[in-house]
Design a protein around this ligand. Sequence first.
Ligand SMILES: C[S@@+](CC[C@H](N)C(=O)[O-])C[C@H]1O[C@@H](n2cnc3c(N)ncnc32)[C@H](O)[C@@H]1O
Length: 303
Amino acid sequence: MNGPEPRHVSVLPAEVLTLLAPAPGQVFVDATVGAGGHARLLAEQLGPTGKLIGLDQDAAMLALAKPRLEGLNVSLFHANFDRLGDVLDEMGIATVDGVLADLGVCSDQLDLADRGLSFQQDGPLDMRLDTSEGEPVSDLLQRIGERELADLIYQYGEERFSRRIARRIVEVRRTTPLETTQQLADVVRRCVPWPKGRRHAIDPATRTFQALRIAVNDELGALERLLKQLPQRVKPGGRAALISFHSLEDRLVKHAFAVRTVWEVLTRKPIQAEEPEVERNSRARSAKLRAARRRMDDSENDE
Ligand SMILES: C[S@@+](CC[C@H](N)C(=O)[O-])C[C@H]1O[C@@H](n2cnc3c(N)ncnc32)[C@H](O)[C@@H]1O
């Protein structure tokens, strides 16, 4: 394997394999290749006669994953997963045996200071996963109304102090545009008290950063558009698995799989990581894995 070893550790790897059950000769999609961990596990099972189609909206992650996937039958595409149908059409593939989406960001993306995803290092306040389109957070914060900003931080960040943070951001931007991660982190930290007596308390800026990342990348919109395409793109008997890190994402997945004429749910409750995995990989703590099998009868239009 050439190139730098990714820092990202894949969550729930054994559970993903069990639920998706990839077999030699099958065609799978990894809609979020990231550091290539799950992609490698899947492609190894699919073997030389099978194929893994990998998507990521971040070209830097595809470059990082590529050396890890060498020698395996994998085709990588720089694309948002809401374009799943277009990518498959381009390849002349109507349906696949399985789809995985492991949502959110990789640890390696947080390390790229120029993305502005992390408050732990200073960088431009951008947060776009695909820097070739969309609006950086600095622009969003310059134009958005106080009320809308507060709602966004509350909804996507589940942040109790959202009103206070939004008010302060609007005050600050009157004199100083917010252009760096440290500027924003400082503003938020002044509005939110650090939890007392907790040794490993999370930084008060965490929730606001998450909310703004979800907003500029339209993460929930993209997920909805992906979920809408799955019934047409997963073949009868095929499987889909999604790992979410936010209650709003998990709710969308749960509702999509609840269409009984289309899906047979394989996880009555979402699968969560056991304590030993969480100890090795703290990111696994909030992961929720749901999987479903596409029903054999083609009656989704009856819904
Ligand atoms: C949690 S990481 C995936 C890690 C991967 N499963 C592994 O084992 O290394 C999520 C990845 O999905 C990508 N991503 C997030 N939303 C996306 C979207 N809408 N379309 C395509 N890629 C997306 C991110 O850029 C990131 O690289």
